[in-house]
Design a protein around this ligand. Structure first.
Ligand code: GLA
Length: 391
């Protein structure tokens, strides 16, 4: 259960200080952690994720005229933009997510609306917990409330995704937005990215999620994410020609077919496909393990997932490998892997709850000399999705 009282008070105070009046609505949207299923979302595959207990607080009110004002309290910066024609500003890249969402929601409104808002966050920046999706989903929930519109969650998620594609240049899937919107306290979300069915699965109470921030800046904006996505598209085309059945995404290819046909693909493309196909199988196996209460097997699949990121998808980094390796040798850790896009950010660990304290102590001691700095460790509680806190 997240204690929202203090941050809620804080965001209201920030709003009053900035605009000398009260907000109409305050919203919270969580970040997300990807527990299993890496780069499977845009391949129409499967993911196990969770909304988490840190995120974005967003206070808003409608205003007359057609200029929106948005303040990022954490950066102490303000942007203004034309409510009818938002254009991204290079000096305030964070504003792109809200502006993109504003634009996407305009078609749902009878009349365009202008607003003023302030937001601040509790997601550690660059940690790979998708603060950007939390900003866009908080903005969406807030605008929907003041404009009294009610698009379906999938449509809201797609508007957030478009904001990332168009304004931030990252061709992401829908994992971050759907997790931030649909989270359920105490549960992992099993998401099928072909049907968009979201099934909450209780996280075994004997286990806890522990996040280890590598301290390596995670930024997907420099093209590596998009490159991986293109590789997957190339692989899809190649398998569509090789397989005796229709293939519209890597979701349609089995590991048996990969073994049979992969030599027809360039080596790199084949490796990318092996990762995604393997991840899809692992997520389904892990969902079964979760139902059976087989936490050890679940953890084993997390280690396998990381290994595949390392050797096949090549989206890990030295620091993340060190963390996962160290975790593997620590009593009480059931599984560990990188979480999210990769290339930095955080590792997620599945830990026996009874051993959480000793695991943290041991990881702190072992990782400091290996990484050269003290590692940030944070227990993550699966949380509810984006919602209104106060009207
Ligand atoms: C980032 C993207 C998601 C997803 C993950 C990798 O978080 O935003 O859409 O592709 O990487 O699984």
């Amino acid at each position: 259960m997240i204690m929202h009282d203090q941050p809620l008070q804080n965001i209201k105070n920030l709003y009053r200080k900035a605009f000398q009046t009260n907000p109409a609505i305050c919203v919270f949207a969580p970040g997300r952690v990807e527990v299993l299923g890496n780069h499977t979302d845009y391949n129409e595959g499967f993911v196990l994720s969770a909304a988490i207990d840190c995120g974005i607080y967003f206070a808003i009110a409608p205003i007359p005229g057609n200029t929106c004002r948005l303040i990022a309290a954490d950066f102490e910066t303000e942007v203004s933009f034309d409510a009818d024609n938002p254009t991204p500003q290079t000096d305030a890249p964070w504003a792109a997510y809200s502006m993109g969402v504003h634009e996407g929601l305009r078609e749902y409104m009878k009349q365009p609306i202008a607003w003023q808002a302030v937001f601040c966050g509790t997601v550690p920046r660059g940690s790979g917990l998708s603060s950007s999706a939390a900003i866009s989903m908080a903005t969406a929930r807030a605008i929907c409330a003041i404009a009294d519109i009610n698009p379906a969650p999938l449509d809201i998620a797609k508007i957030g995704q478009m904001a990332e594609h168009r304004f931030a240049g990252v061709r992401c899937g829908l994992l971050d937005q759907l997790s931030s919107l649909c989270g359920k306290a105490g549960h992992l979300l099993e998401i099928d990215f072909r049907t968009y069915a979201v099934t909450p699965r209780p996280l075994d109470a004997r286990t806890s999620l522990l996040l280890v921030n590598s301290g390596t800046t995670h930024t997907l904006g420099d093209g590596v994410y998009n490159e991986r996505r293109s590789d997957c598209e190339d692989a899809t085309q190649a398998f569509a020609q090789a397989c005796p059945h229709p293939v519209s995404a890597l979701r349609d290819v089995t590991m048996q077919e990969w073994i049979e046909y992969h030599e027809r693909l360039p080596e790199r493309t084949a490796k990318r496909a092996a990762h995604v196909i393997g991840e899809n199988a692992r997520v389904q196996e892990a969902a079964d393990a979760l139902l059976r209460g087989d936490t050890e097997h679940f953890g084993f699949l997390m280690f396998e997932s990381h290994h595949s990121s390392m050797v096949n998808f090549e989206n890990s980094c030295k620091e993340l490998d060190t963390i996962v390796d160290t975790a593997r040798q620590t009593t009480g850790v059931l599984g560990a892997r990188l979480s999210g896009g990769g290339f930095g950010g955080s590792a997620i660990l599945l830990v026996e709850s009874a051993q959480l304290d000793s695991v943290c102590e041991s990881l702190h001691a072992k990782l400091k000399p290996l990484l050269g700095h003290t590692c940030e460790l944070q227990r993550m509680h699966p949380a509810d999705g984006a919602h209104i806190l106060d009207m």
